[in-house]
Each structure stands twice: as structure tokens, then as C-alpha cells.
Design a protein around this ligand. Structure first.
Ligand SMILES: [Mn+2]
Length: 361
């Protein structure tokens, strides 16, 4: 079935031209589902209602990273949008647009422009956001910054007020799915939902007859479903790095048991090495966590320098992490990698980082 939203994106993508004035609708640099869905649906609203001539929704990450947001992959597919039609920062030359005086920016899901895009700050013409107001944007621009649960609620309000005719299954699915995920299915206990979110979500459900529970459950499942990702993508999906006393140290958070991971990918060391090189790291760790049958943590330590590895491993083994060595037999290059069950469940990445800092000091 041809969806109008899909067609809109296709037309925008094929019409990108830095010699034309473009209104870039930009989500934040974390590019979570809310950022992507609000940018896409708001740009479509602006175009259809004639509020902007050339609105361009831009996903604020390289398109290669889109697949890491598994809940977004699911929801855009559910909404009938082909990911190939999405426009990312790779597809549009913001520098050229800005240089030619052809860039207008509308921010969604953030109100302080990202550090890498700071130079475009004076091109901001409007903001639609639900984060705390930083006030760090040109004076006098049009803003709607309210502490609701989801930026998509602010977009949905506009459709419900002025664009009911545009609310087809694609648009409604993107908006509703995002609001539900951001507010934990409108759950008061979770502390994220505001009356505006509930009002917008219930109106969408009533109009489109969408199965709320089904949609929420699928989204929640897909958010943590990493089965489509290879080792390299698993490492970078939720990743942080630090310079600790001159050594670069990175930790990926991976939501699956190490034993399953090793079984799935006996060539896992190659992926650790590829990512380590790409990030110029001395140390690359994976902290694995999973909840079935019970909450468990595993730790993988990858350090190609054998002298450094020996020292780090013995430091970690003597620490209060409660490490029990796991079998790495069958893994290619097993001598370069150490894997553990971490019995101290209280040590998250946030707490491991200062421990590593102490080691490198
Ligand atoms: Mn948001």
C-alpha cells in the first residue's frame, strides 16, 4: 500500500537542493524515536498545511546508525515508512545551505542546538520541545516548550487541532507509538505522563482505532530486541568512552548473555578489534545484562596489549565486582579476550568507570 507519508519523504529526498530555501526540521543528536518521529510528522504537517514551502525532516545521526534504534526500525515499518526514504545528516549539506543563506531550522525534541551544529544557531526559527528550557536560542523566535512526556504530543496536538484530515494510519501510528513508549503506556506510576500526553494519545486511539496495548507491547519488546544486530553493532548501540590517565577506554552495554553472544558469533574478537581500532581505544569492555531467568550481569574485557591486559584483569579480579571466569573456548582469538559472570549486580557502567579511573591513575 502506498502511504502518503512515505511519498512525502521520497519527494523531499529527491528534491534536496542547497540553492533552494529549506526549512530543516531537526531532532536531537541522540536521535531517539521521539526525535525522529516528531521531526518527520511535524515536517509533513507543515508542508501539507502550507506553513512551510520546503520542510525537510532530518534524522540527526548517520543513517547507518538508524538500525541500532530497534524500536524506531519497528515503528517506522509499522507506519509504512521505508527507512531508505528517511533523510539523515549524511544526505543534506547543512553547511552549504547555511553558507548560501538558505537554511531555516526548526528544532524538535531539543531546545539547545547540539555542539556540532552550534554554528547554525542563528538560523533557528522555531522550537517544539519538552525538555527544560535552556533559553539558548535567538530571541523572539516561535517556541512551544512544555514539560510533557513526549515531543510527539506537541506535534499530535497540532494535527488534532488543524490537521485531522492528515491523520492517516502512518502519521497516527508514529505519533501514538512514540507517546506510548515515552510515557510507559500512559502509566501514572512511571511518572512520565502529563494530561496533555494522555489527551492526545486517547484522541488518536479513538480516531484511528489503534490497538494501544498491542502497539505498546511490541514497541517495548523491540526496544530490547537486539537479535537483528551483529557484534559490531551490539558494541556501539549503547556505548560510552573516557580518556583515563592517557588511556582510551570504551564500554559497550549489551543486553544479552555473553554465552549466547559467543555462541552466535565465534568471530567476536574480530568485531571487538574493528571497533577498538575505529575508536582508537586501549581498552574495550562490554557490560552484558539480561533479565531472564533472573537479572544477571556479565563482563567482557578486550585489551590487545598483553601486558596491560594482565594488569587490568588481575585488578578487576581482585576488585569487589565478584568476577567468575566464563569459558571462552571455541572463540577465535580467545587468548585476547576475558569473560566473566559479575556476581556484584550493583556495579553498573556508571560505577565501573571510577574503578577503571583508579586503575589507570
Ligand atoms: Mn523526547
Amino acid at each position: 500500500m502506498e502511504r502518503v507519508l512515505n511519498k512525502f519523504l521520497q519527494d523531499v529526498k529527491s528534491g534536496l537542493d542547497t540553492d533552494k530555501k529549506m526549512t530543516v526540521v531537526l531532532g536531537n543528536e541522540a536521535a531517539d524515536l521521539d526525535s525522529m518521529a516528531s521531526a518527520v510528522t511535524y515536517a509533513y504537517f507543515l508542508k501539507s498545511k502550507g506553513f512551510a514551502e520546503n520542510p525537510v525532516p532530518v534524522i540527526n545521526i548517520p543513517i547507518n546508525d538508524f538500525k541500532l534504534r530497534t524500536e524506531a526500525v519497528f515503528l517506522f515499518k509499522e507506519a509504512g515508512v521505508d527507512p531508505a526514504n528517511l533523510i539523515s545528516v549524511d544526505d543534506i549539506d547543512l553547511n552549504a545551505l547555511y553558507g548560501k543563506g538558505n537554511l531555516e531550522l526548526i528544532l524538535t525534541d531539543h531546545n539547545k542546538i547540539g555542539a556540532h551544529q552550534e554554528k547554525f544557531k542563528d538560523a533557528i526559527v522555531a522550537i517544539l520541545d519538552h525538555h527544560a528550557d535552556d533559553g539558548d536560542y535567538p530571541p523572539g523566535i516561535e517556541t512551544d516548550i512544555r514539560p510533557v512526556g513526549s515531543a510527539c504530543t506537541l506535534v499530535a496536538e497540532r494535527y488534532l487541532e488543524k490537521g485531522n484530515d492528515l491523520l492517516d494510519d502512518s502519521v497516527a501510528t508514529l505519533l501514538l507509538g512514540t507517546i506510548l513508549l515515552d510515557t510507559v503506556n500512559l502509566d501514572i506510576q512511571a511518572g512520565r505522563v502529563k494530561p496533555e500526553d494522555e489527551k492526545a494519545a486517547l484522541a488518536l486511539i479513538e480516531k484511528k482505532g489503534i490497538d494501544r496495548e498491542g502497539l505498546f507491547e511490541k514497541l517495548q519488546f523491540e526496544k530490547f530486541n537486539v537479535s537483528s544486530l551483529g557484534s559490531y553493532d551490539l558494541l556501539r548501540k549503547d556505548y560510552k568512552e573516557w580518556n583515563l590517565g592517557g588511556k582510551m577506554c570504551g564500554i559497550g552495554s549489551v543486553l544479552m548473555p555473553v554465552n549466547d553472544w559467543f555462541k552466535k558469533d565465534p568471530d567476536i574478537v574480530a568485531s571487538f578489534e574493528k571497533y577498538r581500532r575505529e575508536r582508537s581505544l586501549d581498552v574495550l569492555l562490554a557490560m552484558n545484562a539480561f533479565t531472564e531467568p533472573e537479572f544477571t550481569r556479565n563482563l567482557v574485557v578486550y585489551v590487545p596489549d598483553s601486558g596491560l591486559r594482565e594488569k587490568l584483569v588481575s585488578f578487576l579480579e581482585r576488585s569487589d565486582l565478584g568476577l567468575e571466569r566464563l569459558d571462552t573456548a571455541g572463540i577465535k582469538g580467545a587468548e585476547k579476550i576475558d569473560a566473566y559472570n559479575q556476581k556484584n549486580l550493583g556495579v553498573s557502567r556508571k560505577k565501573l568507570q571510577p574503578l577503571l579511573k583508579e586503575f589507570f591513575a
